[in-house]
Design a protein around this ligand. Structure first.
Ligand code: RI2
Length: 310
C-alpha cells in the first residue's frame, strides 16, 4: 500500500486506534523508503521528511503518530549515504513495530494482574491495549464480565463487544449517557489513551473524562493502558495537545442540520481526564502513577528539554 493510501486510511479512520496508527505509520515510512528510486542522499532525506508531513497531517491528537514517525526517522540527517539512510529507516521501523506489539502484550499482563476473579470491568471505545488485558484475564481462567459503551458517533463500542463476544465474555452494552447509572455495577474501569501529558492527564476518546469522574464519585479505580509512545514530550515545553474535531455530519445529517439554522453541531472526538481521576497508568515499563509521566518521557522517549523538536 502506498504511503498516501495509508495516510488516507488513517484520516478516514479505516486505520484507527492510537497504537495501530503508530505501527501502520512506521510500516508505511519503511515501505515508502524501500520503494523510492535511487536519487542521492539529500533527495531521499527530503522525500522522507515530506512523507512524514503527509502522515502527521492526518489526525492531530494521538501522539503515538508523531512519536512513531520521529522514532522511525531518527538520525536520518546524520546518515552518510543513501543506502545507509534507507537501511536505517527500515531497521527503526521494524524495531518500532516489534516493540509496540510487545508493549501491548506486557501491558496486558500487568492489567490482567489487576483484574480479580468475579470482577466487572467498564471500558470505553475500542482500545487494543485495554482489551488485551481483559482478554488475558479471561484466558487466565478468571470469571469476569464487562460493561462496554456505545461510543457515539463512530460506535467503536461495536468492535469491542464483538471481540468480547468472540471470547465468550459476558458483556453489557450501554449508551454513553448510561455510564453513571451503571458505574455501581463496575469494579474497575480500564481505558486506553491517545496521549498522556507531562502532568499525567490522559487524552482519550470523548466521554472518558465523564467515566473517570463517575468512577471517582463511586470510588472505583481507573486504570489507563498506554504504551510509552503515547506520552507527549512536547507538553513538557508548554505545548497543548490539539483535540481533533471531526465533521459535524458524523453527528447530524447535513439535511437535518440544514433545517436547524440556529443549531451549531460540534464533534470533538477526544477529551482530557485530569490525573486526579486516574489511579494508575499501565505502560510496558510498569504501572506508574500519573505524576510519573515525565520520567517515562525522559527514560523511554529520550526527551531532552533542550532539544527544539522533541
Ligand atoms: P489503542 C482510539 O482512538 C481510542 O480513543 C482508544 O481509546 C485509543 O485510540 C487507544 O487505542 P480512535 O482512533 O492504541 O478510535 O489502545 O479515534 O488501540
Amino acid at each position: 500500500m502506498s504511503l498516501e493510501k495509508t495516510a488516507e486510511q488513517i484520516r478516514t479512520m479505516e486505520i484507527r486506534g492510537a497504537g495501530k496508527i503508530a505501527r501502520e505509520a512506521a510500516a508505511a515510512l519503511r515501505d515508502h523508503a524501500e520503494s523510492l528510486p535511487e536519487a542521492g542522499l539529500s533527495a531521499f532525506v527530503s522525500e522522507m521528511n515530506r512523507a512524514a508531513e503527509v502522515l502527521l497531517a492526518t489526525r492531530p491528537t494521538a501522539v503515538s503518530l508523531p512519536n512513531a514517525v520521529n522514532i522511525t526517522l531518527a538520525g536520518l540527517s546524520a546518515a552518510e549515504t543513501e543506502s545507509e539512510a534507507r537501511a536505517l529507516v527500515k531497521s527503526q521501523a521494524d524495531r518500532f513495530v516489534a516493540a509496540s506489539t510487545k508493549a501491548v502484550e506486557r501491558i496486558a499482563e500487568i492489567c490482567a494482574s489487576r483484574i480479580s476473579d468475579g470482577m466487572t470491568i467498564m471500558t470505553h471505545c475500542n482500545s487494543k491495549a485495554a482489551l488485551a488485558g481483559i482478554l488475558l484475564a479471561k484466558q487466565q481462567g478468571k470469571n469476569i464480565s464487562v460493561i462496554a459503551t456505545e461510543v457515539r458517533p463512530w460506535n467503536q463500542g461495536l468492535l469491542t463487544i464483538k471481540t468480547l463476544n468472540d471470547h465468550e465474555i459476558p458483556t453489557t452494552y450501554i449508551v454513553d449517557s448510561a455510564v453513571r447509572t451503571f458505574m455501581k455495577e463496575a469494579d474497575l474501569v480500564i481505558v486506553g489513551a491517545d496521549a498522556v501529558t507531562v502532568k499525567g492527564a490522559v487524552v482519550n476518546k470523548i466521554g472518558t473524562s465523564q467515566i473517570a469522574l463517575a468512577a471517582h464519585e463511586a470510588r472505583k479505580n481507573v486504570l489507563v493502558a498506554a504504551e510509552t509512545y503515547k506520552f507527549a514530550p512536547k507538553t513538557a515545553l508548554g505545548h497543548h495537545i490539539e483535540i481533533e474535531e471531526r465533521p459535524t455530519s458524523e453527528v447530524l445529517s447535513p439535511e437535518t442540520a440544514a433545517g436547524l439554522p440556529f443549531v451549531t453541531v460540534r464533534n470533538p472526538v477526544f477529551d482530557v481526564t485530569p490525573p486526579r481521576y486516574i489511579d494508575v497508568i499501565v505502560t510496558e515499563a510498569g504501572a506508574i502513577p500519573p505524576e510519573a509521566a515525565y520520567t517515562i518521557m525522559k527514560e523511554y522517549l529520550s526527551f531532552n528539554p533542550e532539544q527544539e523538536n522533541p
